[in-house]
Write a protein of this length. Structure first.
Length: 276
């Protein structure tokens, strides 16, 4: 009887997950390019010149900084979008710096990185580069409701070349993309099924509610050991209060030593190394 109930629950789960995935397979970000190519280039030039002195200090502290010309080229194709909020991509620098430091402090024969919220693949590629530059074997496993192998418009400069798959969008970085496992699905459904026994480094950047952040954190924390790290995006008071409150609750539990970095009025991050 118990096996029957378990099979029924898995069937319902799989059907619900498939329905959610299908909803995002047909032009979820729009049915045409959102702006002329020149607009994307103008936004890119403005974004790339914004200074982030707090991240400069983090890079000096960790001893690792990503190649800025490389980062800017990746951001042009994966981070410059048409939206109402200010454009910025300093999280690429944060992730690279923290992951390189983690890999240097505690080398692993095979490193597993997990990300929730792939979008166009910017942060996953940055973390794959950190692993490649460190000479570390491993995978980045990244989850998102957006499809990887369906051609859609991505609200980016590449839309002027027509619909692309995410794989095609990231083709210039194919060597790094080969290190990444792209999974489609809601993170709360997919995280418990990633099929790994250990997560050495995680980046939480999917749904920005307190409940979702805590559930994603719990799934990751269950597979982490002392010294492993978890990074939270958008820990920004006044903008993403759910994320802020979730991180505060996690800090009170004292399982992770939480640090915060305020890059600007609209960009703040937190991360923690597991104590035990």
């Amino acid at each position: 009887m118990r096996n029957y109930i378990g099979a029924a629950q898995r069937l319902v789960f799989n059907r619900l997950a498939a329905a959610i995935d299908r909803r995002h397979n047909i032009d979820p970000l729009g049915a045409a390019p959102r702006a002329p190519k020149a607009d994307y280039l103008q936004l890119f030039e403005a974004a790339r010149q914004v200074p982030f002195p707090e991240i400069d200090r983090l890079e000096a502290e960790t001893g690792f900084a990503i190649d800025r010309d490389w980062l800017d080229e990746l951001a042009l194709h994966t981070q410059i979008t048409i939206k109402t909020s200010a454009l910025a991509y300093p999280h690429g620098r944060v992730l690279y710096s923290l992951l390189r430091r983690r890999l240097a402090d505690k080398p692993e024969p095979f490193t597993i990185v997990v990300e929730t919220g792939t979008a166009r693949g910017f942060s996953a590629i940055c973390m794959a580069k950190a692993m490649a530059d460190a000479g570390t074997a491993g995978h980045v496993i990244t989850l998102d409701v957006l499809p990887h192998q369906r051609r859609i418009y991505w609200n980016c400069i590449d839309d002027h070349e027509g619909r692309k798959t995410r794989a095609e969008l990231l083709q210039p970085w194919q060597g790094l993309a080969d290190r990444i496992v792209f999974l489609q699905g809601d993170s709360l459904f997919q995280l418990p099924n990633v099929g790994v026994n250990r997560i050495h480094f995680a980046f939480i950047d999917a749904q920005h509610t307190k409940k979702n952040v805590l559930l994603e954190y719990q799934a990751v924390a269950a597979l982490q050991q002392a010294g492993d790290m978890i990074v939270f995006d958008d820990v920004t008071p006044g903008q993403f209060e759910g994320v802020v409150k979730a991180v505060e609750q996690i800090e009170r539990q004292e399982l992770y030593e939480i640090r915060r970095l305020v890059a600007s009025d609209s960009r703040a991050y937190a991360w923690g190394g597991r104590r035990q």
